[in-house]
Design a protein around this ligand. Structure first.
Ligand code: AMP
Length: 135
């Protein structure tokens, strides 16, 4: 059965999409630990990040780097934190999170932001990331 992220990638389930290319896809986490919390996933459905081929793994990180550059411009912060958990959704993904303190990476502090705020954050990040990806 397709994972929820495969359904997002195919458009079956809606998301706040940030960017995509032929192999990778980025969208806002529905329950961000900080505003702008973004997930970057390979389109190929692989459960565990470290089961990706070396080439896919490096490609995913390079794509995540472009997304992180745009994210940092759109959501001013000290750093973009990166995390890998994968206990909830069995489809490899990287969390990118705008952070100012260590506490901004607290995964026990998931939020639910109003749709309007998610949409406006998404538009801001998408514009900045499009520039980085030359889209
Ligand atoms: P984990 O697998 O533990 O890395 O966590 C999966 C992440 O996916 C969580 O932070 C969820 O909030 C996020 N998530 C689950 N379903 C969706 C969805 N439909 N759209 C966006 N993010 C989601």
């Amino acid at each position: 059965m397709a994972t929820i992220f495969s359904k997002i990638i195919s458009g079956e389930i809606p998301c706040y999409k940030i960017a995509e290319d032929e192999r990778y896809f980025a969208f806002l986490d529905i329950n961000p630990v900080a505003p702008g919390h973004t997930l970057v996933v390979p389109k190929r459905e692989v459960s565990y990040l470290f089961d990706l081929t070396d080439e896919e793994y490096v490609g995913l990180e390079l794509f995540a780097k472009r997304v992180a550059e745009g994210l940092r411009e759109a959501m001013p912060c000290k750093r973009i934190g990166e995390a890998v958990i994968g206990l909830e959704v069995p489809h490899a993904h990287i969390h990118l999170i705008p952070i100012n303190t260590e506490r901004d990476m607290d995964f026990s502090n998931k939020q639910s932001l109003p749709g309007e705020q998610m949409a406006s954050i998404c538009a801001r990040i998408k514009e900045a990331v499009d520039k980085k990806l030359g889209a």
